[in-house]
Design a protein around this ligand. Sequence first.
Ligand SMILES: [Zn+2]
Length: 164
Amino acid sequence: MNQFLSRRSFILILTMSILKIIFKPMKVLASSLNSKEEWNLSKEEWKSKLSTESYYILREEGTERAFSSQLNNEKRKGVFHCAGCDFPLFLSDKKYDSGTGWPSFWDSIQGSVETKVDFKLIVPRTEYHCSRCGGHQGHVFNDGPAPTGKRYCNNGLALRFVPD
Ligand SMILES: [Zn+2]
């Protein structure tokens, strides 16, 4: 019995190690990709520019607690900008209540975000980030409403809302 268990543990450890090796080269932070040169700031520069919470999300691909952002209930007309570089990312008429606890949009402003696949939860997810500063915003899923069928699930702390 003990031998069986240790054999199972061995196989598990072996499998995990192999997975780690396979996925390691893909663990590239979004914030290190695609940033335009003038927004290619150092860690220290970003830390001095952002709150601790926003830094964690934008530059370290963190996720805020569900239902923690005031922007979740923001229903006014306006534009949602990147909290890192102030680039306009989403329009209020593309925002909808997804019930997930994060500000959700069914479309982004054209060219404002770029995507990559991440494996943080093992299952591949499509991460997206600001196309100007590379700051992580959230993940995009294919269970959104018509006409796009997309759900951009965004961290409120990564956004700044500018009412019309
Ligand atoms: Zn940005």
